[in-house]
Design a binder for this molecule. Structure first.
Ligand code: KG4
Ligand code: ZN
Length: 355
């Protein structure tokens, strides 16, 4: 079975062709994976502008899908998998409407996919099926969530951020430090020059249960807004100490030390949550997916912690860590093979739940 995947939930227009191998642990093969990034458009505004994103998806989608089919040398496909949510509703609508029209015109099934199911299945594209039960951290610009996978294709939420997503915190702190957009890769780069214990930012420990979340033993939530405020307060104090005028940039040494110290706290918080949950649920493997999984410190520290505990760690290769459509096609194949048949009257859902 050959699946065309389409993803437009945020600021990347993506299409991919994925087929099945018949192999029990390496079930899918990526034939093409095309991504048109809008980063240059949003950089000017210091963050994603939803209206501009939706309009750019409209411009790019035909070309991106054509390239994905051409590169895969696919003159036919058996189904279309598309991100239904969560994401920016205007952006989601472009991919979903396009996919619906194509499915109708070609007479092939449409498989709606949850964006985070895509991130989770991206791990399988690179590593093969994970030993179960697995605990997966999905960490991106919009999400910081922990899932348990006990049966393939079934995802149980174990915890999530109460406020900012980790990627959002990276982006905001990068902006504060004058490092530009997107902020995650910029902080990752400069943090290598910095001293990560130069500034002692506090790690948030959540004491109270989240009244809006289901009661779950071993629930692990995250919070990054306190850290963001600490960094902001520190930068304001430091600028005062140095007598800087409003337009003056912080000295390079301060920027790299703050970036490294901030990154250390984020990475430790994420890995504490992931490995605590893994121990609680006796996981046989852990995974990290989503844009922030590209972070070099997070990847390196995860491998070290996994080795210390004798638990395999899966992190996707860089081309599959940020938003892409190969992961959507893979999650679509999983869903289709479990007996799910989509209908053409589905709608985009900006806050779709993963169940
Ligand atoms: O998964 P993704 O491409 O899109 C969303 O669904 O949000 O993730 C984008 C996020 C951005 O916040 C970006 O700053 C962050 O991932 N990111 C990183 C790195 N590369 C991307 N954060 C930290 N370190 C990186 N190397
Ligand atoms: Zn994503």
């Amino acid at each position: 079975m050959i699946v065309l995947g389409i993803e437009t939930s945020c600021d990347e227009t993506a299409a991919a062709v994925v087929d099945e191998t018949g192999h029990p642990t390496r079930p899918w093969r990526v034939k093409s994976n095309i991504i048109a990034s809008q980063a240059d458009i949003h950089r000017e505004w210091g963050g994603i502008v939803p209206e501009l994103s939706a309009r750019q998806h409209v411009r790019d989608i035909c070309g991106v899908v054509e390239r994905a089919l051409a590169e895969a040398q696919a003159d036919r496909y058996d189904a279309i998998a598309v991100t239904q949510g969560p994401g920016l509703v205007g952006s989601l609508l472009v991919g979903l409407s396009f996919a619906k029209s194509l499915a109708w015109a070609r007479g092939v099934p449409l498989i709606p996919v949850h964006h985070l199911a895509g991130h989770i299945e991206s791990l399988v594209l690179d590593h093969g099926e994970l030993p179960l039960p697995a605990v997966i951290l999905v960490v991106s610009g919009g999400h910081t969530s922990l899932y348990r996978v006990e049966a393939r294709g079934r995802y149980e939420l174990l915890g999530r951020t109460r406020d900012d997503a980790a990627g959002e915190a990276f982006d905001k702190i990068a902006k504060l430090l004058g490092l530009g957009y997107p902020g995650g890769p910029a902080i990752d780069r400069v943090a290598r020059e910095g001293n990560d214990t130069a500034v002692r930012f506090p790690k948030t420990r959540l004491k109270h249960a989240d009244r809006n979340a289901p009661e779950l033993p071993g629930r692990r939530d995250f919070s990054f807004s306190g850290l963001k405020t600490s960094v902001l307060r520190y930068v304001t104090l430091r600028r005062g100490e140095l007598g800087l005028a409003e337009a003056d940039p912080l000295p390079r040494k301060d920027v790299v030390d703050i970036a490294a110290s901030f990154q250390r706290v984020v990475v430790e918080s994420l890995l504490d949550g992931l490995f605590d949950a893994a121990r609680w649920y006796d996981a046989h493997s852990v995974g990290i997916a989503g844009g922030v999984s590209a972070n070099s410190r997070l990847r390196a520290d995860a491998v070290v912690r996994g080795a210390a505990r004798g638990i395999p760690v899966a992190v996707p290769g860089l081309s599959l860590s940020t938003d892409n459509a190969a992961m959507i096609a893979a999650a679509g194949l999983r869903r289709f093979r479990s007996g799910y048949v989509g209908s053409l009257d589905i709608n985009a859902d900006a806050s779709l739940a993963l169940t």
